[in-house]
Design a protein. Structure first.
Length: 496
């Protein structure tokens, strides 16, 4: 009853050569027998191949779609069953499933894993976009609260209240333990003096109770600010209240045309020949910090780094070029000024730093004044340390072309990294080679084409699950569905 060109035939062909039982641990059953885990996995993956991401759609398909009924063997799992299965058994092994499905497809068609194309996009999180927390605001409120707590302790010291026979310490920063100790002492002091807590109109609080109520409120606020700063961590500046893993960032979809920040995740893909070989979900707002993580993920999943790695200018940096050297990868990665350097106006701009560089490595402005090194900064990337030299021209005051040369109020300063100049030159040589041109063209087809299929064709523009781990799980399932559907399209073309 099923046509040979139906997607389910392709699906069974791919998964038929895989042992799906290895992804699940056999656990002793107590009570009624549950659904077979491999059966549920087939239903979920085929639903992703069919672009049915809703759990209720999966439930309905197992009752009305003959293909799902065939895969389910007549079973009728509910949406809650799929939810428990995905969250409980798929979360840890979804990367392994993506790898194995990709390798299984690679046995049937060509996938060149030695060349990897990187690209990323931002997807809106399943979170309220009007409820957020900014790390700087929490830090500022915490600093003000510490000053307020210090004033409260100063009042207590002025009233000759002693904590263990000593005055309350006045600090620039208080911890929760400091307030808990003071509150414990105040409660004990009220019991010792037989004071009763009173509230409401017509009552008068004792001095100790007023201090107790104030410190209780301060403790609650302090713990809230500390928790907000902890959730942000050292690398983030914000998070959504309804999804702590989501970071506020600017999306390409801006209906209001005002640069509105929305809670989202940075989704990264490594693509080879149009197939997704690795996926990553990050909280960083830019792509620079995701480059090495994606390269290392490819190494973990497939046992080797790709020989060629291709990416756009969003990934070009000294740190990432050095990472490619350490991992023996050829970086066909653009840097920020790669495209601008090809413009004739930029090439002839006399005030451009590269055009002021002399043959001996010194710098001279268009008016003939030499730059002098005034500062040297050192930076560390892994085991490699490099330096950045800062130069200054001391003849900018009264210069007739200063407005064209710099916007600085004083003398013009420039930063020069000799290592960066060398790395950019090597990257430019790779990018301008015949192989580099071919790979750059393929990147726009493969990497950006994958996101076009996922976002435009499949309508995947907002996550359904909350939390970093759950978002990563959902994105990997979408990636597996894409690979299965792409292989099905190639199979149909072969049949035709």
């Amino acid at each position: 009853m099923i046509e040979p060109t139906d997607p389910v035939v392709t699906f069974v062909e791919v998964l038929g050569g895989m042992d799906l039982r290895k992804y699940f641990e056999s656990k002793p059953t107590v009570g009624r027998l549950g659904y077979n885990a491999t059966t549920l996995l087939k239903i979920v993956l085929f639903a992703m191949m069919e672009n049915r991401r809703s759990l209720r759609e999966m439930e309905k398909a197992c009752r009305t779609d003959i293909r799902f009924m065939w895969l389910a063997g007549g079973a009728k799992p509910t949406h809650a069953t799929f939810q428990h299965f995905i969250n409980g058994q798929l979360k840890q092994g979804v990367e392994t499933i993506l790898r194995d499905v990709t390798l299984q497809i690679g046995k049937k068609t060509k996938i060149d894993l030695t060349t990897s194309y990187l690209d990323g996009t931002k997807i809106e999180a399943n979170a309220n976009k009007y409820k957020w927390v900014w790390k700087k605001a929490s830090e500022r409120y915490r600093a003000k609260l510490n000053a307020t707590i210090g004033k409260e302790f100063a009042k207590m010291n002025a009233e000759e209240l002693s904590y263990g026979g000593k005055a309350f310490a006045i600090k620039s920063r208080y911890e929760a333990e400091d307030l808990v100790g003071a509150l414990t002492w105040l409660v004990g002091e009220m019991e010792r003096q037989e004071l009763r807590s009173v509230y409401g109109k017509g009552t008068r609080k004792s001095g100790i109770q007023r201090h107790l109520d104030h410190l209780e409120g301060y403790l609650e606020a302090l713990m809230r600010y500390e928790e907000e700063i902890r959730i942000c961590g050292p690398d983030r500046k914000s998070f959504a209240k309804t999804d702590h893993g989501a970071t506020f960032m600017r999306m390409k979809e801006d209906a209001m045309k005002n640069g509105q920040l929305k809670p989202g995740y940075n989704l990264q893909l490594a693509v080879s020949d149009g197939y997704i070989t690795a996926a990553g979900t990050f909280q960083e707002r830019n792509d620079l910090g995701t480059f090495t993580a994606m390269a290392d993920k490819l190494k973990t999943m497939y046992g080797f780094y790709p020989t060629n790695i291709v990416a756009d200018a969003g990934y070009g940096s000294i740190e990432n070029y050095l990472a490619c050297q350490e991992r023996k990868m050829r970086p066909y990665v653009k840097y920020a000024m790669y495209s601008k350097e090809k413009e004739r106006t930029v090439q002839k701009d006399p005030y451009r730093v590269a055009n002021m560089r002399q043959a001996d490595g010194s710098y001279v402005c268009p008016q003939g004044h030499a730059f002098t090194r005034v500062c040297v900064r050192h930076r560390q990337v892994g085991t490699i340390e490099y330096r950045v030299d800062e130069y200054e021209c001391g003849h900018c005051d009264g210069c007739p072309v200063k407005e064209k040369c710099t916007k600085a109020k004083g003398n013009r300063r420039i930063d020069v990294c000799e290592l960066g100049i060398e790395l950019y030159a090597e990257a430019k040589a790779l990018l301008d080679s015949n192989e580099g041109i071919r790979l750059r063209v393929n990147r726009s087809i493969y990497a950006e084409g994958v996101f076009a299929m996922i976002k435009e064709d499949s309508g995947y523009r907002r996550l359904s699950r909350r939390g970093l781990e759950n978002a990563n799980l959902e994105f990997h399932l979408v990636a597996i569905g894409h690979n299965l559907f792409k292989y099905h399209q190639e199979r149909l073309r072969a049949i035709a």
